[in-house]
Design a protein around this ligand. Structure first.
Ligand code: XIL
Length: 369
């Protein structure tokens, strides 16, 4: 573990060399006395990151960074239905357990992600959802996961993921997913009710994307999500929080501070807590000089967090990965060109960047709750 650097030295020494030189220079990657974890905790927030079990198993330096920078970790895919139950009735928890073990060994908490998601349905389940007994398979999965992972090691569970899709043309703006086609909209309250029965003390979330910018699609998504939350809370369906994924992008999409802050305030008015659950930035032009790219990423995250963190109901931030070394935003096509998307807090050499400083500064601008 690196020696503690005084805070000022950390920020100016580390960031000063990056910003002044405009290129990533070898430097201390972190100081024990200032981490994203501590900066968040100081302002009554938590900082977390999505991780994969093999990253933690094979990359000890990265695993150290996760343990030092994060209070919470989220399995990137290991707890999704298609990863757990490839064969009906034979769930395999080994990869998920490895991440849970890492968290326990390092004193970290976890977010469970995610029980019901249209993009992670086991092949065998796709064939039977619409048949008699289809719901039994779903209910069995929810119960199995929460009986194993529904305890105090977990702060929340994303019971449902990405249930909104206005482009599917429904008046309620719900996604016409295999779950909705098989069970109707009631699959949403049913899933939440089952989850509450399986893990009474767990904070249950619905997790959504595409509500951050101010295009017509985002406005429709926000409106549909607010309607869904209003309906569920009116009907006293167990729902404790909403995850806002926070996948940002540098494509010039319209952004409205007022629209986002009003949306978060309206969500909170329904009595739910809010977590930014998958923060990252998809870059535009990856061939520009690093300092320009990193400044653009930092500015986008700063603008977003300066709004989101002023909402008292926002309780934490999870980045979808901690380092550019492991980001879903670096697609195989980019890697073939030798390019890396630089949208996460630490670069592919595990060094802090302008965005790391921007995150810390945004955390420090949060008004006390
Ligand atoms: C992604 C993971 O990052 C990939 O590794 C996996 O192959 C597919 O899922 N929204 C979500 C996440 O809620 O679960 C998705 O994660 C990214 C989009």
């Amino acid at each position: 573990m690196s020696a503690a650097l005084p805070r000022r030295d950390f920020l100016t020494g580390v960031f000063g060399s990056v910003l002044a030189a405009g290129i990533a220079v070898p430097m201390r990657s972190r100081a024990a006395d200032l981490t994203l974890k501590k900066a968040a905790q100081t302002h009554e927030l938590f900082w977390g990151a999505a991780v994969q079990h093999m990253e933690l198993a094979r990359d000890a330096t990265f695993a150290d960074l996760v343990a030092e920078q994060c209070a919470v970790i989220v399995p990137e895919w290991e707890m999704k239905w298609a990863a757990i139950e490839k064969h009906r009735g034979k769930p395999n928890f080994a990869q998920a357990d490895a991440i849970v073990r890492f968290a326990s060994e390092h004193g970290l908490k976890l977010r469970g992600h995610t029980l019901i998601w249209h993009r992670s349905i086991p092949e065998w389940a796709k064939d039977i959802l619409g048949q008699p007994g289809g719901w039994d398979a779903v209910a069995t999965h929810i119960a199995a996961m929460l009986h194993r992972y529904g305890d105090s090691r977990f702060i929340h569970w994303d019971v449902l993921n990405e249930v909104i899709e206005p482009n599917d043309g429904r008046d309620d703006g719900l996604r016409a997913s295999p779950f909705l086609k098989a069970f109707g909209p009631d699959y949403i309250p049913l899933s939440l009710t089952l989850a509450r029965e399986a893990a009474p003390g767990m904070r249950l979330y619905i997790n959504e994307y595409g509500v951050d910018y101010d295009g017509s699609v985002e406005r429709a998504r926000r409106a549909a999500l607010l309607r869904l939350v209003d309906t569920l809370k009116t009907e006293k369906v167990p729902l404790d929080g909403i995850g806002i994924q926070g996948h940002l992008r540098l494509d010039g999409s319209p952004f409205s501070e007022t629209a986002l802050s009003t949306f978060l305030r309206d969500l909170a008015s329904h009595g739910v807590r809010i977590t930014i659950t998958e923060l990252d930035v998809r870059e535009g032009d990856l061939k520009m000089p690093l300092n320009i790219r990193d400044t653009r990423v930092a500015d986008e995250v700063r603008r977003y967090l300066d709004v989101a963190l002023q909402e008292p109901a926002v309780e934490g931030i999870v980045s979808w990965g901690l380092s550019d070394r492991y980001s879903w935003r670096t697609t195989p096509a980019l890697r073939q060109q030798g390019l890396v998307n630089r949208g996460l807090p630490f670069d592919d050499a595990l060094r802090p960047k302008a965005v790391t400083k921007a995150i810390v500064a945004a955390l420090e601008r949060r008004r006390p709750g």
